[in-house]
Design a protein around this ligand. Structure first.
Ligand code: IMP
Ligand code: MG
Length: 191
């Protein structure tokens, strides 16, 4: 890990939780599964900014179907590492979801509060189907059952960064997921 870009000698970064090779292999599997499950349809991938952008980019290229894309950005007020569950839409979708096969792509599910809010919000827009694909799910912390159909990895309940995930906008470009062991402030969590 010491040789990886961005992490060399960074005392805030702890152990690697999901390696680059593990990400690649699992995303290839998810792509195969989604290609089979959505055969004959053109799903609409909805990415939750900002954290999901790296995962969504790799996942989309592993799906061999005609795809469309849209993005939304949400902000949930809380500390830098814990959400309160009060979610605000910062950027809404451009496309109409009516009759679409929507796949919501999330970076990480921690308490599950952000996801359950998004599910309810998107379901109200009349999609033909609505499923969720989350790269990471933190073990045991979900307060509500978000009905996650597609999950990349279940990880221990510690704060992680990399592969889209940040602390104060840093570390999103790490090509793997690792523990963050430095200080976190307070403020607004934005994707
Ligand atoms: P929730 O607790 O499931 O509502 O998670 C809300 C949001 O907090 C996620 O979509 C992420 O953007 C962020 N988040 C939760 N856990 C982590 C983490 O370990 N690292 C970075 N961001 C996180
Ligand atoms: Mg964040």
């Amino acid at each position: 890990m010491a040789d990886e870009p961005g992490s060399a000698a960074d005392p805030n970064l702890g152990k690697v939780v999901v390696t680059q090779a593990e990400l690649e292999a699992r995303i290839a599997e998810l792509g195969e599964q989604l290609t089979a499950d959505y055969e004959g349809r053109a799903p609409l991938l909805v990415g939750v900014l900002k954290g999901a952008f790296v995962f969504m980019s790799d996942l989309a290229r592993a799906i061999r179907l005609p795809l469309e894309f849209d993005f939304m950005a949400v902000s949930s007020y809380g500390s830098a590492t814990k959400t309160s569950g009060v979610v605000r839409i910062v950027k809404d979708l451009d496309l109409d979801l009516t009759g679409r096969h929507v796949l919501l792509v999330e970076d990480i599910v921690d308490s599950g509060l952000t996801l359950s809010y998004l599910r309810r919000n998107l379901a109200a827009r009349g999609p033909a189907t609505l499923e969720v694909c989350a790269l990471l799910v933190k073990d045991g912390l979900q307060r509500s059952d978000p009905e996650l159909r597609y999950v990349g990895f279940t990880i221990p309940p510690e704060f992680v960064v990399g592969y889209g995930l940040d602390v104060a906008e840093r570390y999103r470009n790490l090509p793997y997921v690792c523990a963050y062991v430095g200080d976190t402030g307070t403020g607004t969590l934005q994707g």
